[in-house]
Unconditional design. Structure first.
Length: 434
């Protein structure tokens, strides 16, 4: 049964992946057609075609390898300076450029002269190339909101899980109390497991982070603590102790290995699934987008550890880069977790949402052959044409993105090598759900 559920989780992730890719390409397709650009092909996947159907002047289909997708637009690159495809050259760099230019015109038909991508105004080309990643961002936001506001997320609550019997510095590794340890304020006040703290020192709150800050900010103070116990409100009185506790950063997250002297009540909070309102959801998503940007910027620094995890005996870190195979494996593990089905579904939707957020950020890198590279090319063309107009110089014409194809091949080669490294690590030393 566990194996069957694992396979089911992988299949569900594959479906989510294919939908995400199709949704991305739909953004390119719809805006290209909106601006009158001819699109011969709309394909989900790579490799041999499994199914295709032609409607109008576009062939729609699904290919065998579900690791990407594409649309083909006529005239992605402008012709050479003479208005035609340039002659072949013995230079390998020139060959790359003219191969790309030739491919952009190989399906040119009579009447297509006014339906070429490069002939569209730069702002239209920016919209066409940005529309794909933007669709992934829209899908990610929609899925995140569905989980946050519909299912809720696991977080610390103001409900008491356990009560410490004594005050022990968090810098120590022991858990057992000794005779020399003073009793904890929570134990002396009569706080019990299952109590829900409603107010602290007259401040009512149901937010754990706020309650934690209130406790930390009041060392040595005698404060009333209002709790809900068996449906009734009970007021307890505690003298907040001073203790060494884990440091929190500006986002309220624990900083590993760093401690501060602060107020200490002496209990651990229970974790529960809590639905978020719209404002909380927006804040949460903003934090996750910031984390994703930081992770993308830190990607090169993680390659040595990833190599060690794949080919050495190094551990696979929880925040290690993960590819499609690794994400599919996580999808399988989610399906086997011993948690309520609603939470399995919520975790799965979060996984697909995170994948779409990564697709958005990755594709917006200003590098060819990514969408962001084409956006950067169109913006540069607009800038230099505007500058020429202001300076009363001749129009420099379309920016020849094809001249950047040698760089694009290098970038693509780096991406392929990185993808293979992640694939090996995902197979031999995968990231696992803890």
């Amino acid at each position: 049964m566990t194996t069957l559920m694992f396979i089911l989780g992988i299949v569900l992730f594959a479906v989510g992946l294919l939908f995400s890719i199709a949704w991305h390409e739909l953004g390119h397709l719809s805006t290209a057609k909106l601006f009158g650009i001819r699109v011969p092909q709309y394909m989900v996947g790579f490799g041999p075609t499994i199914f295709s159907k032609k409607k109008g002047d576009t062939e729609y289909g699904v290919k065998a390898i579900p690791f990407g997708g594409y649309i083909r637009m006529i005239g992605m690159f402008p012709p050479g300076p003479d208005g035609r495809l340039e002659a072949r050259s013995t230079s390998p760099w020139r060959g790359m450029i003219e191969d790309a230019r030739s491919a952009a015109f190989e399906e040119l038909q009579p009447g297509d002269e006014k339906r070429l991508f490069y002939t569209r105004k730069p702002w239209k080309r920016v919209i066409v190339m940005f529309a794909g990643p933007f669709m992934n961002l829209v899908l990610a936001v929609a899925l995140f909101l569905t989980v946050l506001m519909g299912f809720g997320i696991a977080q610390q609550t103001t409900t008491v899980s356990t009560v410490s019997q004594c005050v022990i510095s968090q810098t120590e590794t022991r858990d057992d109390c000794t005779k020399s340890d003073p009793a904890s304020p929570a134990a002396e006040a009569g706080l019990r497991a299952g109590d829900k703290i409603l107010a602290f020192d007259g401040v009512r709150t149901d937010d754990w982070d706020k309650l934690s800050d209130l406790i930390r900010d009041n060392p040595g103070e005698d404060v009333p603590v209002v709790v809900e116990r068996k449906g009734e409100e009970v007021t307890l009185h505690a003298t907040i102790a001073t203790n060494k506790v884990a440091k929190k950063d500006s986002d309220g997250q624990i900083v590993q290995g760093e401690y501060v002297t602060a107020g200490f009540l002496g209990f651990s909070s229970a974790t529960g699934v809590v639905k978020q309102d719209f404002g909380q959801s927006v804040t949460w998503m903003g934090d996750r987008i910031g984390d994703a940007v930081d992770s993308l910027a830190a990607l090169p620094a993680k390659i040595p550890a990833l190599w060690d995890a794949a080919f050495g005996d190094g551990p696979r870190e929880a925040d290690s880069p993960m590819g499609v195979v690794g994400a599919a494996r996580v999808g399988g593990e989610i399906a086997t977790l011993d948690i309520p089905p609603t939470q399995q579904l919520a975790m799965f939707v979060m996984l697909v949402a995170g994948f779409n957020l990564s697709l958005f950020l990755f594709n917006m890198l200003p590098l060819l052959p990514l969408d962001g590279g084409h956006v950067a090319g169109a913006l540069w063309e607009s800038l230099r044409r505007s500058a020429a107009k202001v300076l009363r110089r001749p129009d420099p014409g379309p920016f020849d993105v094809a001249k950047l194809m040698p760089v694009a091949y290098v970038v693509a080669g780096v991406f392929v090598c990185f993808t293979l490294l992640v694939l090996v690590a995902d197979v031999v030393n995968p990231v696992r759900i803890t």
